[in-house]
Design a protein around this ligand. Structure first.
Ligand SMILES: [Zn+2]
Length: 459
């Protein structure tokens, strides 16, 4: 369960101002709202949905999107934008462009930067870079432990009170495996009503591991990462949440057993939310045959039965939402021996198309489901105001438009991300984001992110 209770978290820090005036009108012509009903025109003025109807007109920009699907702007709880420290692989500006091109209006960027985002000054730097780029709201995640060392808690309060208004803490990339530290983190976070996101990996069970522990890893001679390394931490943290409260979130659920544990936790009324990545919903360890480093990811690609269980869990609400775990790496970190390749895949620009393919085009879910798992739920879990809202007059215009007639072939070279490590290279993507709006400002037009205001100086 995730908080449907009232949001008492302070509103986001200094947001980029929404300019006013006639030039700040945008008219979306002929959209199907949530893919339903007759085509409508949606008039946006000063960052707010001002009118919905037919035959509307504007003095401002009019965008013809006949028959396309209008959804709330997508929210990604889990990305790595690599700034500060690895600006050669991604920056807040290039990551924001990738996000806008993928239909996202808000992302949470993890704390495993260099230096680690474990203090207000670093969180504020990331936050202001995002606001200056103004293509997507980039919320820095603070680390749970100083320098991700797993020894000493960071100052959650100072980061929460900073201009960045940090609302999520995670050592993602690493697990908070020390149960005493995790207990203290929960007790500390609970008082501030901030979210703790756990990367579930018992490190003593994954030493040297590069692939899912199973027949495929054995055949290929790769060291295995067993399901129990994830599930033991999910179980422990569920029980900690039961006894100590707080808001806990499970990053990148990857196994059938994790699904069973989440089911149990939710049946007990334990406050525990969970995300799943598009790659764990689609790919299996069969892909490792080629030893291509692009398929190395943490947690690893599992087996078909895990994929099936994760899909059903997302449909049933046992898993709450989709998060990409967008993890850019340079080619030298990926085009090498499999066990030397850095774990992670980029995903911001392909996620909507993959989720639509799996659940809408090949499945029996509708676009409301996509809106729920890619926008409404992640906004609710993170208590993010202004995002994941209903598409209705008076609501903030954080929106994306899906062109369901525009298939394309994934090609890392063409992506807005600075890195190319997509496992979907050459794959057909059935739909494409045509337009994204952040507080009424067009951030993606005709499938291309608009130029970031300060991209040159930042990127
Ligand atoms: Zn992780």
């Amino acid at each position: 369960m995730t908080g449907s209770e009232t949001t008492n978290y302070p509103a986001t820090g200094t947001l980029a101002a929404v300019p006013t005036g006639a030039e700040n009108e945008v008219l979306l012509k002929g959209v199907h709202i949530y893919g339903e009903g007759d085509p409508q025109d949606v008039l946006i003025r000063d960052g707010i949905i001002a009118d919905i109807g037919t035959g509307l007109s504007t003095e401002g920009e009019s965008i013809d999107v006949p028959g396309q699907v209008l959804l709330p702007g997508l929210v990604d709880m889990h990305v790595h934008l690599r700034e500060p420290g690895r600006e050669d692989t991604e920056t807040v500006a290039t990551g924001s462009a990738a996000a806008a091109q993928g239909g996202f209006t808000a992302v949470f960027t993890m704390a495993n930067t260099a230096p680690v985002t474990d203090a207000p000054v670093i969180a504020e730097t990331v936050w202001y870079k995002g606001q200056n780029t103004n293509l997507c709201d980039v919320h820095p995640v603070g680390s749970i432990s100083k320098n991700l060392a797993g020894k000493e808690l960071t100052e959650f309060g100072m980061m929460a009170d900073s201009d960045a208004k940090v609302r999520m803490f995670s050592d993602d990339g690493k697990c908070v495996d020390d149960p005493r530290l995790m207990r203290r983190a929960i007790e500390y976070a609970r008082g501030m009503d901030v979210l703790l996101a756990q990367h579930c990996e018992e490190p003593r069970l994954t030493e040297g591991a590069v692939a899912h522990e199973g027949a495929k890893a054995a055949e290929l001679g790769l060291t295995g990462w067993p399901r129990v390394a994830e599930e033991s931490i999910v179980a422990r943290d569920a029980i900690m949440s039961r006894d100590y409260g707080g808001r806990l979130h499970i990053c990148h659920a990857s196994t059938e057993g994790t699904v069973e544990l989440l089911k149990w936790a939710k049946s007990q009324g334990i406050t525990l939310s969970a995300e799943v990545t598009p790659h764990h919903l689609l790919l299996t360890d069969e892909r490792l045959e080629t030893y291509d480093g692009v398929n190395r990811v943490n947690p690893p690609l599992r087996e078909q039965r895990d994929v099936e269980a994760l899909r059903q869990a997302l449909i049933d609400g046992v898993i709450d939402c989709v998060a990409t775990d967008h993890a850019p790496h340079g080619s030298e970190e990926k085009c090498c021996e499999f066990d030397k390749a850095r774990p992670g895949m980029i995903g911001l620009e392909t996620s909507l198309a993959l989720i639509a393919q799996i659940f809408v085009l090949d499945g029996d879910q509708d676009w409301r489901f996509v809106a729920k798992v890619m926008s409404e739920k992640p906004a609710e879990i993170t208590k993010l105001p202004g995002h994941g809202r209903p598409i209705a007059v008076g609501e903030p215009a954080n929106l994306c438009v899906v062109d369901t007639e525009n298939s394309w072939v994934a090609n890392g070279q063409d992506m807005a991300s600075k890195s190319r490590n997509t496992p979907y290279e050459g794959m057909d993507m059935p739909v494409r984001i045509s337009t994204t709006l952040l507080r009424g400002k067009v951030t993606c037009r005709n499938g291309q992110a608009v130029a970031a205001k300060n991209a040159a100086e930042q990127g």
